[in-house]
Design a binder for this molecule. Structure first.
Ligand SMILES: [Zn+2]
Length: 215
C-alpha cells in the first residue's frame, strides 16, 4: 500500500476551510469538527501528573510528539503531547500539525505510510501547496526565509513545500477544495503579489481585453 497523499491533502484543506483561519496558520488554534483537541507539552504533563519525562518520551523514542485519542461520554477527545525542548518554534508548529494529521486521518498505529500522510497533512495545513503554486505563478520569489517568515515554516518544511511546486495532485476532491482555498486567501495572494511583474502582466492583459471590448 502507498500513502494516500490526496486524502491527507483533502483533509488538511477541509480542516482549513472549517476553521476559516488567517495566515500564518496557528496549529495550536485548530479545531476539529468531531474531536476535541488538547495540546500540552510533555514537560507540563510530566509535572502535573508526576510522570517521569523519560517515561513520556519512551526513553527518547517518541521525543517530538504523539497523541492519545479517547472516547469519553460519546465524545472523541485527543491529547497532543509535544516536547517543549524542540529547538525551534517552527519545528514545534510542524510537530503539532503533524499530530493533528494523525488524529484527522484516524491513524492508530505507527508506520512509514502513516508518517508520510501526517507530514503531508502538516505541510498542506501550514502552507497549502495550491497557494504556494499561485504565488510562484504570479512571480513571487518564494525563498525559504520568506516561507519561514510568512508561514512559520522550518527550513526543512519550507524546502519540502518548494519541492511540491508544479506537482499537482490530480484528484477531483482536491481540485474543488483548491478553488475554495485560493478564494479564502485571495487577499493574501493579492497583497503578496501586488508588485511582481507577472501579476502586472496578467492584469494588463485583463485590462486590454476589457478595452478591446469597448471599441
Ligand atoms: Zn507521526
Amino acid at each position: 500500500m502507498k500513502p494516500n497523499y490526496s486524502l491527507a491533502t483533502t483533509l488538511a484543506y477541509q480542516t482549513l476551510i472549517y476553521n476559516n483561519i488567517s495566515l500564518p496558520i496557528d496549529p495550536y488554534k485548530i479545531k476539529l469538527q468531531n474531536t476535541k483537541i488538547k495540546i500540552l507539552s510533555m514537560q507540563d504533563f510530566s509535572q502535573r501528573f508526576n510522570v517521569p519525562l523519560e517515561e513520556m518520551t519512551q526513553n527518547g523514542s517518541c521525543d517530538e510528539g504523539y497523541n492519545i485519542v479517547q472516547v469519553k461520554n460519546g465524545i472523541k477527545q485527543a491529547t497532543i503531547l509535544y516536547n517543549e525542548d524542540i529547538v525551534s518554534n517552527e519545528r514545534k508548529r510542524f510537530t503539532i500539525a503533524h499530530e493533528i494529521g494523525h488524529i484527522v486521518l484516524g491513524h492508530t498505529e505507527h508506520s512509514i505510510n502513516n508518517e508520510k500522510e501526517a507530514d503531508t497533512f502538516a505541510s498542506q495545513l501550514l502552507l497549502p501547496h495550491c497557494l504556494l503554486e499561485q504565488l510562484v505563478k504570479f512571480g513571487k520569489a518564494v525563498s525559504e526565509s520568506y516561507l519561514k517568515e510568512k508561514f512559520g515554516l522550518s527550513n526543512e518544511a519550507a524546502h519540502i513545500s518548494k519541492l511540491h511546486v508544479g506537482k499537482k495532485i490530480n484528484a477531483n476532491a482536491v481540485n474543488d477544495l483548491e478553488d475554495i482555498i485560493l478564494t479564502m486567501y485571495k487577499d493574501f495572494i493579492d497583497t503578496e503579489t501586488y508588485n511582481t511583474k507577472y501579476r502586472y502582466y496578467e492584469e494588463d492583459e485583463e485590462m486590454e481585453s476589457i478595452r478591446n471590448n469597448w471599441y
